[in-house]
Design a protein. Structure first.
Lengths: 295, 277, 284
């Protein structure tokens, strides 16, 4: 932290207190993940012991009450649903944020943002319920059965657009006004300014928003449970029903005992593995693209 | 420059005080409490029973939590709950627990009300579910592919269904797998070519309130609460309260209350079948 | 680029952006429209304040509203200080590529992806059982705080980092202590981003269902203390829509109340933010 004194004896007491407090809080926050992971490992240990890790990929299918524990179709379901929704939601979210800042009249811009903030607080059950009674029958009329990968992607997109849009909005708000003025002074068109100045400057913030949205999509349980069909099968096209790892846990946890229950926790661990994978990929991208202007 | 009173700080301090005050009210002393966890099918019913019990016996608290039949039984074994709710009969390996039946529920096959089919034989239903019959015209309906709706594994409704039709879950070729009863009903109501199975009570309530579903008779016995009560309907399951040892004290008083005629109207309101007598 | 093709590009991109904005608005209006259409007739003041009856099919949501406010209050009360502190640590006390910082940041990103039901089971094991809090509003609030922390910290950290170096150098040159610098310069400057994080976190807290079923529970009685069990609005909506036959109308009405509540809170927090920023900013 930049401080006016390099002489330690002239630091105020408040400085020490603050420094200690933030360090403690940060350690607690960082330790939270350790707690969650150790909980998952503790609960999945019986399954890993009795069933063994590789059987989760090599067993013929998922019928845990008959001792068959293949997770692969559900992993694919999760990946396809998440990837699809992030691919749809990122451009929509970022373009909406640009809309709010540069294209919409001020009153519209304020209320548009309020609307998206409201969308962020709507419970996943409401999205799922609406999806089940409105979206799924529509898709079913187009191509039965209705509950499908497509329904999952659409609902997830709707759920993560607010995250991506609001974080992008805040990042754009932090672009120094001088940049925008200079762009105008140079006679750049609105889109040129956006493409060449705004987007590169806010790249880090935009990626953070996309990352948070991706995380939300990976972890979403209730809504996908209601609209995806929950059939354990690797999807071969958009209208196939899928079951995600999260929906699987939610569906079966209530009635699972012993090894079955532990196997569900193993799928939770696998999900965290997926998250770690995506997060490290994103972090790698961020580090290559960041130009550290502020520190 | 005088320090301006910061509204946000004032607000936060007030909020903190409110929260601190609320934390001060301890639960009333000498209160008797029962914790009941388990089946989400039974949770609304037992919750209503608990509320009526509390109004009749002041100073008691009946806390009902959902989480699934297996969780209820596990919590009773661990001592985390006093009573467990299970929407099935106790299994053989659970015979060191005490189970008391408080109501009955039936399981019915449902179709969309636009589907012209009025009845199906056991073999036809079995054929549809194992994927041998894939089009409605094979059983005398419209020319449309059948959408098979099955329940998720481990659910007592599924086990009942499998047991009755002598199938294993592996044999079933489903297009949609659902969790709770209402999800099944909404799925079938949204798809004119779907077939599924749910609790009779739920289905009967919804059908009489305008939801476009039809309950199919099984072996020519109509699927109504009446036939379940008479015992003639072939697919029924007991709703059970489970305790670790023979119920005593407040547990016994509540369980006896739950089996008495004082709660018959509550059971009927939730569309289950009360015990005889 | 010729003037004509530049005009075409400008019109084209403007059209695309307006289309994107419309595509986001339409499902939202559709959803809210459905909620209003199905739930408006069941909404009334007595609905908002009275207790639920007949498994929620009749009566209201008064106690549930109270439980929800308490749960969210506990959640934000714990998560905001902890989140701010951690964000300050990450932005002020570590370099961007410092190992500890990257580790904490990475672990928070992973935490953001943990499924809500896993959090529910974790919260049950840690708060309800290990810490002995049982099914309670406190357990629910603390579990939610864990879920909301990553969002708060990441957005707050980005906001702090976006503040230019000059502001900090000026503060140091004036001899301001670190707490003062943070309070008077950094916090107001970062306020837009902090509010976004707060809004997203609050939204998540109100929207969460699976985590709360296992921690704050299912009871719909008016809570008397933080140690009581109490269901949140989202859990109530889930129960009415998916578990109780005939619960649909009240589920819609409850959802409307939830959206209305969010609107009020959002408006209130932007009002607070404007006042805070204007009180603490030096005149231009």
């Amino acid at each position: 932290m930049i401080s006016s004194s390099s002489n330690i004896s002239s630091r105020s007491k408040g400085d020490y207190l603050l420094s200690g407090t933030v360090r403690l809080l940060a350690l607690m926050a960082g330790g939270l993940l350790l707690l969650v992971v150790s909980f998952l490992i503790h609960e999945s240990w019986p399954a890993l012991q009795h069933i063994g890790f590789w059987r989760f990929f090599s067993d013929p299918d998922w019928y845990p009450t008959e001792d068959s524990y293949q997770l692969t179709p559900m992993i694919w379901g999760t990946i396809w649903a998440t990837a699809g929704s992030v691919l749809l939601a990122s451009p929509l979210g970022i373009l909406s944020a640009l809309f709010c800042h540069f294209y919409a009249p001020p009153l519209l811009s304020r209320w548009y943002r309020r609307m998206v903030e409201l969308l962020a607080g709507i419970p996943s059950v409401v999205f799922g319920f609406w999806g089940l009674v409105v979206l799924v029958p529509l898709i079913g009329r187009w191509h039965p059965p209705g509950p499908s990968l497509l329904a999952g992607i659409l609902i997830l997109t709707l759920m993560i657009i607010p995250t991506i849009m609001l974080v992008a909005h805040a990042s754009i708000a932090h672009v120094p006004v001088a940049y925008i003025h200079s762009a105008s002074a140079l006679g750049l068109s609105r889109w040129s300014m956006i493409w060449h100045i705004i987007l590169p400057t806010t790249k880090v913030g935009l990626l953070t928003g996309i990352l948070l949205g991706l995380a939300r999509a990976l972890g979403e349980t209730m809504a996908v449970l209601m609209v995806c069909g929950n059939v354990v099968r690797t999807p071969s096209h958009l209208f196939d029903p899928i079951r995600t790892l999260t929906a699987n846990i939610a569906l079966e946890m209530a009635y699972a005992l012993g090894d079955h229950r532990a196997a569900l926790f193993v799928s939770g661990l696998l999900l965290m593995g997926l998250v770690v994978l995506f997060v490290s990929m994103a972090e790698g991208l961020r580090h290559r693209n960041t130009y550290v202007a502020t520190k | 420059m005088p320090r301006a009173r910061n509204p946000a700080t004032v607000f936060l301090i007030c909020l903190f005080c409110v929260c601190a005050l609320l934390g001060q009210f301890p639960a009333e002393a000498k209160e008797e409490q029962l914790v009941i966890t388990g089946s989400s099918t039974m949770a609304p019913l037992v919750s209503e029973m608990g509320k009526r019990f509390e109004s009749l016996h002041t100073g008691t608290r009946i806390d009902v939590q959902a989480g699934g039949s297996s969780r209820g039984i596990a919590d009773v074994l661990n001592g985390l709950a006093d009573i467990g709710m299970a929407s099935r009969a106790l299994k053989a390996q659970e015979n060191d627990l005490y189970g008391v039946v408080i109501a009955h529920d039936g399981v019915t096959v449902i179709l969309h009300s636009n589907n012209p089919i009025q009845a199906l034989t056991d073999d036809q239903i079995k054929g549809i579910y194992i994927g041998v019959i894939t089009n409605w015209k094979t059983v005398g309906g419209l020319d449309a592919p059948i959408t098979v709706v099955n329940k998720a594994e481990g659910r007592s409704t599924l086990e009942l269904f499998l047991h009755y039709f002598t199938l294993s879950n592996r044999d079933i070729k489903a297009h949609v797998v659902i969790g709770d009863n209402e999800q099944g009903i909404k799925t079938v109501a949204g798809n004119p070519h779907a077939i599924g199975y749910v609790s009779i009570g739920t289905a009967q309530y919804d059908a009489t309130h305008g939801v476009p579903i039809r309950l199919l008779p099984l072996r020519n016995i109509p699927a109504t609460l009446k036939t379940v009560r008479e015992g003639t309907f072939p697919l029924s399951r007991p709703l059970t309260l489970v305790t670790k040892s023979s119920p005593a004290g407040l547990m016994k008083i509540f369980i006896d209350f739950a089996r008495s005629s004082q709660v018959h109207d509550l059971i009927l309101k939730q569309y289950f079948v009360p015990l005889q007598g | 680029m010729s003037r004509q093709s530049r005009h075409v590009q400008e019109y084209g991109t403007t059209a695309i952006i307006w289309m994107a904005a419309t595509m986001v608005v339409i499902p939202f209006l559709w959803l809210i429209g459905d909620l209003l259409w199905n739930g408006w007739t069941h909404l009334s003041w007595s609905f908002v304040f009275s207790a639920p009856q007949n498994a929620g099919r009749e009566g209201g949501i008064g106690p549930i509203l109270m439980s929800t406010m308490l749960i969210v209050g506990v959640c934000m009360g714990v998560a905001v200080p902890m989140g701010l502190g951690t964000a300050l640590f990450l932005s002020e006390y570590t370099r961007h590529d410092h190992v500890l910082g990257r580790l904490i940041r990475g672990s928070l990103d992973v935490l953001a992806g943990v499924p809500s039901i896993v959090f529910g089971l974790f919260g049950n094991a840690l708060f309800c059982q290990a810490l002995g809090l049982g099914f309670s509003i406190l357990s629910g609030g603390l579990t939610l705080a864990c879920m909301v922390l990553p969002i708060l910290i990441r957005t707050a950290e980005e906001s702090f980092r976006a503040i230019s170096r000059e502001q900090r150098l000026s503060a140091a040159a004036l001899g301001l202590s670190q707490p003062t610098t943070i309070r008077t310069i950094l916090l107001p400057a970062a306020m837009p981003g902090l509010l976004v994080g707060g809004t997203l976190g609050l939204g998540r807290a109100f929207a969460e269902t699976a985590a709360l079923i296992f921690t704050s529970g299912y009871v719909d009685r008016m809570p008397e203390s933080l140690m009581d069990s109490g269901r949140s609005l989202a859990v109530h909506i889930y129960d009415l829509a998916m578990n109780v036959a005939g619960g649909n109308p009240n589920a819609f009405a409850t959802a409307l109340v939830l959206v209305g509540l969010l609107l009020i809170i959002n408006l209130f927090s932007s009002w607070i933010a404007t006042r805070w920023t204007s009180l603490n900013q030096l005149p231009a």
